[in-house]
Design a protein around this ligand. Structure first.
Ligand code: SF4
Length: 662
């Protein structure tokens, strides 16, 4: 702890290395708390607002301790930022040598064998440009580097391409593969085993825990310390932790791999093509039935009363299982395929045999992207413990850091949302930034809008914000609570906006492309990005590029979300008020995360508009407003105009003050 204090001192290593760097009180307090946890062991939860320097505050004590660590964060972008910018910079400033590895999911790396096969197949009819692109990709992937597809533009935008150039655990030939020695997936895994720190994302962490539960070898090394940055993002994974899951994409891959058997050396052993065809038809039938039955996206109770479509799929899965079992001795690949049918058979069996509507859940995004979950009957406290503690890697110390972990000093919301047993008692620290500028952001809740459930709400909100977007020349991010609301808002803004506006709906446009357009719009075409879902937490657009943040309505979770239902039951069981302790607390945290997209660094200025009159009319309004970052409240449209005028003048002067390129 003394070394941490020395490094942060006014004459310390950081001040010497970075002349512009200034010690911050909140950052030093967090660094000392992390140092104590690393030294003494145990768990620490830290809530530190944007701009408090929390990344350095957890990296520095770990780095100076000389111990091995896994750092898990919420996105690929943050992984790269940590590994390529924050860690090397800090290691150099403190004179520490550190081996850093980044590990992502298998699907983020080029599979050389499959990419080579795609190139060897030649161009598909009408797609010569795609074939040229694949050849370029192969050249790039063979040139060295880490094969990380996040560095390659376009791979997620061409339909079907991603699956042709990446592997899955099912179709990877491993040691039998001709490209094994140069395989990017294997190299990344070997590098992780040898590193001092492995930077992963939360999905990799979940996959690691699931591997361990199935008795498969670990991918991550033994470490002393685990840090969960953006720890609130673990909540979204919690419901899947102790569930059996069938994903639509996994079913499609299963049937594709059965079809492939019909063309290989195992052809003739079974009627592979027929089995696969029946499976594909049944999967499509279930997707269609679900698509007709659901009324919203996201997690929900099983929506089909009729059991015909799941019965057809269960029959196809059972037939495939029987064929694979009968021929399993012929080739080890058949045993692996058989294993892949296990979760589907288990979930479908429950679906067909149980009268409990909560026995199987649906997680629905679209006909191509859905999953069925069979949750454990009881909350699996052991699994939850493994999720939050890192003890499965041998870690003695774990740190959870985020800007939103709770509304009280005990940070109970984070623990409750993860449904960890009461025996987990981490230390907690809640920081405030002393020099937070309450004048940086202003908040306006427009009067007179329809209630958010009314069909006219998106149009009315769009009409209200169009003049403000015009005044600022775009620089606008709209966060909607559902995909449908985002689509309707984007349509309304297109219809009511001015010619030349770029209204970019995330989903129609890849996230990174939409955000790049917003970041670099400058004085060009006014740009408005409309987003929903995970982007409430994961968007970082600092500076003048974002000055107007619009939130369509209060982010209450759908009341029929079965995971929410479980949490409400648990709250009732301990005598807590379920609405206040769960639903309102969740909404407050989600609102704070969304509002936190506006002010990303010192000097940022902007307006937050929340288009939900319930904030003004309902008794819970003040509690939600209190959860927002410090900001000025505007009461009238006149005040909004005046504030936007100030912003516009600031932008104009900073643009004209800038030296010209010539
Ligand atoms: S070992 Fe697996 S992932 Fe690696 S190149 Fe071969 S098939 Fe692809």
């Amino acid at each position: 702890m003394a070394r941490v204090a020395q490094a942060l001192a006014p004459e310390g290593a950081l001040a010497r290395a970075w002349p512009e760097w200034r010690a911050r009180e909140a950052q030093a307090a967090m660094a000392q708390a992390v140092a104590q946890t690393v030294e003494e062991g145990g768990a620490l939860l830290v809530e530190a607002p944007a701009g408090s320097g929390k990344t350095l505050a957890y990296l520095l004590p770990w780095l100076l301790s000389g111990r091995r660590a896994v750092i898990s964060t919420s996105t690929h972008v943050l992984q790269r930022q940590l590994a390529e910018r924050d860690l090397p910079r800090l290691a150099s400033a403190t004179g520490q040598a550190v081996r850093v590895a980044v590990l992502k999911g298998r699907g983020r790396y080029v599979c050389l064998a499959r990419l080579q096969a795609a190139v060897d197949m030649g161009p598909r009819i009408g797609a010569p440009a795609e074939h040229a692109w694949l050849r370029e990709l192969l050249l790039w992937a063979e040139r060295g580097g880490d094969g990380d597809l996040d560095q390659v533009a376009g791979v997620d935008t061409i339909a079907g391409l991603h699956g042709r150039v990446t592997s899955t655990s099912e179709n990877c030939a491993r040691q039998a593969c001709a490209r094994w020695a140069e395989c990017h997936v294997e190299r990344a895994r070997r590098a992780a085993q040898a590193a001092d720190v492995v930077v992963i994302n939360h999905h990799v962490w979940l996959a690691e825990l699931q591997r361990q539960r199935r008795g498969r070898p670990r991918l991550l090394p033994e470490v002393d310390v685990v840090v969960f940055d953006e720890a609130h993002a673990l909540h979204g994974l919690r419901a899947r932790l102790d569930a059996e899951v069938i994903e639509h994409t996994a079913l499609q891959r299963l049937w594709a791999d059965l079809t492939a058997l019909a063309d290989g050396p195992l052809r003739g052993l079974q009627a592979w093509r027929l089995l696969a065809h029946d499976g594909q038809v049944a999967t499509r039938g279930l997707a269609q039935a679900l698509g007709a039955a659901v009324s919203r996206e996201g997690r929900q109770a099983w929506p089909l009363g009729d059991r015909q479509a799941p019965w057809r799929l269960a029959t196809a899965v059972a037939a495939a299982q029987a064929a694979l079992r009968a021929s399993a001795d012929a080739d080890p690949r058949l045993g692996r395929l058989l294993e892949r049918t296990r979760a589907a058979a288990a979930v479908l069996h429950t679906l067909l045999s149980s009268d409990d509507p909560a026995a199987v859940w649906l997680d629905w995004q679209s006909r191509e992207d859905w999953a069925c979950l069979r949750p454990a009957v009881e909350n699996d406290a052991l699994a939850a413990h493994a999720l939050v503690t890192g003890t499965s890697l041998g870690a003695r110390s774990v740190v959870h850091a985020s800007a939103t972990l709770g509304q009280d000093e005990a940070l109970l919301w984070h623990r409750d949302a993860l449904a960890v047993g009461a025996d987990w008692s981490p230390r907690t620290l809640r920081l405030r930034v002393g020099d937070e500028d309450p004048g940086a952001a202003a908040l306006y809740v427009p009067e007179g809008l329809p209630e958010p459930a009314e069909a006219t709400h998106p149009q009315a909100l769009a009409e209200r914000i169009v003049p403000w977007i015009e005044l600022l020349g775009g620089r606008c991010l709209v966060l909607a609570t559902t995909r449908r609301a985002a689509q309707r808002l984007a349509q309304a803004l297109q219809a009511r906006g001015r010619p030349g506006w770029r209204v970019l709906l995330v989903g129609d446009k890849p996230t990174h492309a939409a955000l790049q357009a917003l970041r670099h719009a400058g004085g060009g075409a006014p740009t408005i990005v409309v987003a929903c879902g995970a982007l409430w937490q994961g968007i970082d657009v600092p500076g003048e590029a974002l000055q107007l943040l619009v939130i369509d309505k209060l982010p209450f979770a759908p009341p029929d979300d079965p995971w929410l239902q479980r949490r409400l039951e648990r709250a009732r069981a301990v005598g807590a008020d379920p609405f206040t302790s769960v639903q309102l607390a969740d909404a407050a945290m989600a609102l704070r995360q969304g509002a936190g997209r506006l002010i990303r660094r010192a000097g940022d200025r902007g307006l937050i508009v929340i288009g939900d009159v319930r904030l003004r009319r309902r008794a819970y309004g003040p509690a939600l407003l209190a959860a927002l970052p410090a900001c000025r409240w505007l009461d009238t449209e006149g005040e909004v105009q005046a504030w936007l005028g100030e912003l516009e003048a600031l932008t104009r002067s900073s643009t004209t003050d800038r030296p010209s390129a010539s």
